[in-house]
Design a binder for this molecule. Structure first.
Ligand code: NDP
Ligand SMILES: O=CCS(=O)(=O)O
Length: 248
């Protein structure tokens, strides 16, 4: 097993990419801290993974809750810290900017940018002190391009990519590695977070159309595993993974 003796914190572990990654990392021997807002989902996952003999700690927290994230960080520090952070929690309530859905903009900014920063802030100082660690941020193909209705979402993902690359440069001196994972369309619950009904229907139609074979969450979990199991001198800085049929 490639991750025996390692502990990973996975945010957004209650579904999709986070849940698939939790399963894969546990199968490779990692102990886990899994967090999200839906506690029942986390408990089900913990029960499943616990049967494989892995230690799993649940943290029910909204990543946009600065104090709540600080409490999780303190709990993690009391466990001795984590070796790996999978900074995955995210939301995508997209809509045209002309609609002025300011609450949804703020939700994306608070979750996708501030949440990512709070998690980094929670574990990075400890990693730097121990002179080892790996931070994996899940941005998106939308960290490289934009498309109508996704202005704010793409803005948050461009920000995650910029934060990742800056952190990568700063963290070299501490022996901490940073990877930015950029998935294309993955078959998950993410479109359910779109509140604008017409856009949600359009995105779901596109993502689940018969002519479009999306990625599976496990495809991204495999990419994450690749990034975190390279030799210590290797930093997989970015990985862009699209379904074969996705042009942009
Ligand atoms: N699916 C796709 O096509 C793509 C996804 N991504 C990114 O991948 C990441 C994972 O998404 P994916 O698995 O697809 O979608 P899911 O909707 O299946 O999973 C999102 C996860 O994030 C958690 N989450 C959302 N908001 C919050 C919050 N405020 N606080 C804590 N946890 C939260 C959810 O848990 P809960 O609701 O229980 O809190 C859930 O576990 C996201 O960052 C997304 O932007 C990137 C590119 C493509
Ligand atoms: O983050 C989402 C990427 S895509 O589904 O719009 O390609």
């Amino acid at each position: 097993m490639k991750l025996s003796g390692k502990t990973a914190w996975i945010t957004g572990a209650s579904s999709g990419i986070g849940r698939a990654t939790a399963r894969l990392l546990a199968a490779e021997g990692a102990d886990l801290v899994i967090s999200a807002r839906r506690e029942e989902r986390l408990q089900q996952l913990a029960d499943e993974i616990g049967k494989q003999g892995r230690k799993v700690t649940i943290a029910t927290v909204d990543v946009s809750d600065r104090q709540g994230m600080q409490t999780v960080a303190e709990m993690i520090a009391s466990l001795g810290g984590v070796d790996i952070l999978i900074n995955n929690a995210g939301t995508m309530p997209i809509s045209p900017i002309i609609n002025g859905r300011v609450d949804e903009w703020e939700q994306m900014i608070d979750t996708n940018i501030k949440g990512v920063l709070y998690a980094i802030n929670g574990v990075y100082p400890g990693m730097a002190e121990r002179k080892q660690g790996h931070i994996v941020n899940i941005s998106s193909v939308a960290a490289r391009l934009t498309y109508p209705s996704a202005g704010v979402y793409a803005g948050t993902k461009h920000a995650v990519r910029a934060i990742s690359d800056t952190l990568r440069k700063e963290a070299i001196r501490y022996g901490v590695r940073v990877t930015d994972i950029q998935p294309g369309s993955v078959d998950t619950e993410l479109p359910d977070s779109i509140v604008h009904e017409k856009i949600r229907a359009a995105v779901k139609g596109n993502m689940y159309g018969e002519d479009m074979l999306n990625l599976k969450p496990e495809d991204i979990a495999n990419a994450i595993l690749y990034a975190i199991t390279q030799p210590a001198h290797v930093d997989v800085s970015e990985l862009l993974i699209r379904p074969l049929v996705q042009e942009n």
